[in-house]
Write a protein that binds this ligand. Structure first.
Ligand code: NAP
Length: 256
């Protein structure tokens, strides 16, 4: 099992890509902290996963990544239970605007950047002591951020979101050298269209916007589990020489 004994926290993980990562990590032997904005959604998934993996393997609490207090609650829960963190998957995103980039108002731009970039930076910064503790105890701590293929390709409908994901990818690159000095790796993944609620309008066969799938070599939407496979690899010790990089997972990217 690639993640045996490791302690992992995955944000935005009560459904979609985050939940697929939770299940993959648990199957690989990790202890996992899951979270999302809604406590009820967290409880539902924690209860379900307790049945399968046992109460000492899965923990969870509400954590809106834009809320400093809730980030602290999650931090304290991990600190009190395990005193360290080996893997942080920062997976939350906001996309409150669909259409021409020129119709996005200032509040929408602010919200998108707050969740996708600024709060991600805060989360990583605040969780560093737990990751450093992993290193002190002989672990190989690392961070994975869910970016998007839109960070590097043009898109017709989700321009502001794409700009924020480009910033996120750049942030991961910029954080890498300093984190490497602490023995912590950081990477981003850049999924294409994945079959989740978040991207329903892009992959639903009935949607007029699903023609976007034709831009990818495999001409299909991906499964959350396919992204989880990559995240699991990057989180594992097998990826020990990989840091500061963006990893596309989109069935063959359009363009370069
Ligand atoms: P999803 O299936 O809709 O799941 C979103 C999850 O995020 C839910 O658990 C939701 O639960 C939680 N969430 C939403 N806002 C949050 C916040 N501010 N703080 C904490 N949790 C929050 O979405 P997904 O497609 O898996 O998206 C996950 C990540 O993949 C995002 O970063 C997205 O940008 C990225 N991505 C997705 C695709 C795609 O095609 N699906 C492609 C590229 C990148 P609550 O409602 O309870 O908060």
């Amino acid at each position: 099992m690639a993640l045996a004994g490791k302690i992992a926290a995955i944000t935005a993980s009560t459904k979609g890509i985050g939940l697929a990562c939770v299940e993959r990590f648990l199957n690989e032997g990790a202890v996992v902290y899951l979270s999302s904005r809604k406590q009820m959604a967290v409880n539902k998934e924690v209860d379900r996963l307790h049945e399968k993996f046992g109460p000492d393997k899965v923990f969870g609490t509400a954590c809106h990544v834009g809320d400093e207090k809730q980030r602290k609650n999650l931090y304290d829960m991990i600190d009190n239970n395990h005193g360290k963190l080996d893997i942080l998957v920062s997976n939350a995103a906001n996309n409150n605007h669909f259409g021409s980039i020129f119709t996005c108002n200032k509040n929408q731009w602010s919200k998108i950047f707050d969740v996708n970039v600024t709060s991600t930076a805060c989360l990583i910064n605040e969780f560093l002591p737990l990751l450093e503790q992993s290193k002190l105890q002989g672990g190989n701590p690392n961070i994975i951020c869910t970016s998007s293929i839109t960070a590097v390709v043009k898109t017709e409908f989700i321009g502001p979101y794409a700009v924020s994901k480009a910033a996120l990818t750049a942030m991961v690159r910029q954080m890498s050298p300093e984190l490497a000095q602490k023995g912590i790796r950081i990477n981003s993944v850049e999924p294409g269209v994945i079959k989740t609620d978040f991207a329903e309008v892009l992959h639903n066969p009935e949607s007029p916007y699903n023609k976007i799938l034709q831009q990818f070599d495999q001409k299909r939407a991906g499964e959350s589990e396919e992204v989880a496979n990559l995240v699991k690899f990057l989180a594992s010790d097998e990826a020990s020489f990989i840091t500061g990089e963006a990893h596309r997972i989109c069935g063959g990217s359009p363009g370069w």
